[in-house]
Design a protein around this ligand. Structure first.
Ligand SMILES: *Cc1c(COP(=O)(O)O)cnc(C)c1O
Length: 232
């Protein structure tokens, strides 16, 4: 089933890319495997997927230990500062940097381990109380401050759009994040590149691609429903 789901998702990505006049290889599919067993990850791996997303540090580390080392692990969930030390040398990209204090902690641990950490700035575009992330108005200052941290490299922006039955409602948020990305890029800040726009989940990734997403994070659409109380 996972293999068929993946083929469907990849077809959807191809169609959305075409519609937007973009090349399919501009969009990276991240298979969000949170709460799912290792066997599921292996099945997606067999089908060619190398980018996987997890939202919990412990689960990411457990899977990292067991699974092939050419997997690129993406941390997509809220990261507590006391857990940074477990993952700085294991993650390919941290999507969820949502405070200066968290960035400082990442810098400190990265320095200790002598690694460079690639990150995205999480933006709460829709200003939902329940979501982490910087307000749009705070992002430019945060990027400037974090750009000074030598072991951290900002690669772009990430957002989690509101839950909705109608993906079209999220188009405006994706467009806003894209515009913010362009504005930051125009400032040419040292140690900052804006190559990555991580936006779009199972319900809305085709709209996100039309609005410029370079990474989409798809869980349910590949692995099926999660148990409700394990959603976050
Ligand atoms: C769980 C999760 C996803 C995937 O959600 P689906 O709706 O199952 O595709 C994407 N991004 C983040 C940050 C998540 O926590």
């Amino acid at each position: 089933m996972i293999k068929e789901n993946l083929q469907q998702v990849e077809r959807n990505i191809e169609n959305a890319s075409k519609k937007a006049g973009r090349r399919q290889d501009e969009v990276t599919l991240i298979a969000v495997s949170k709460t799912k067993p290792v066997e599921n990850v292996q099945e997606a791996y067999q089908a060619g997927i190398r980018d996987f997303g997890e939202n919990k540090v412990q689960e990411l580390v457990d899977k990292y230990e067991i699974l092939p080392k050419d997997i690129r692990w993406h941390l997509i969930g809220h990261l507590q500062r006391n857990k940074v030390k477990y993952i700085v040398d294991k993650v390919y990209l941290i999507h969820s940097v949502d405070s200066i204090r968290l960035a400082q902690q990442i810098e400190e641990e990265a320095k200790k381990k002598q690694v460079d950490v690639q990150i995205l700035i999480q933006v709460n575009v829709a200003q939902e109380d329940t979501k982490f992330g910087f307000d749009i108005s705070e992002v430019m200052e945060a990027v400037k401050e974090i750009s000074q941290m030598p072991h951290i490299h900002i690669q772009g922006l990430m957002t989690i759009a509101p839950f909705t039955e109608d993906a079209e409602e999220n188009r405006i948020y994706f467009a806003k994040l894209r515009q913010l990305c362009v504005d930051i890029n125009d400032k040419n800040i040292d140690n900052v590149t804006m190559n990555v726009l991580s936006m779009g989940m199972t319900g809305d990734y085709t709209v996100a691609i039309e609005e410029g997403a370079t990474m989409v994070r798809v869980g349910t659409g590949i692995f099926g429903e999660r148990k409700v109380n394990q959603n976050i």
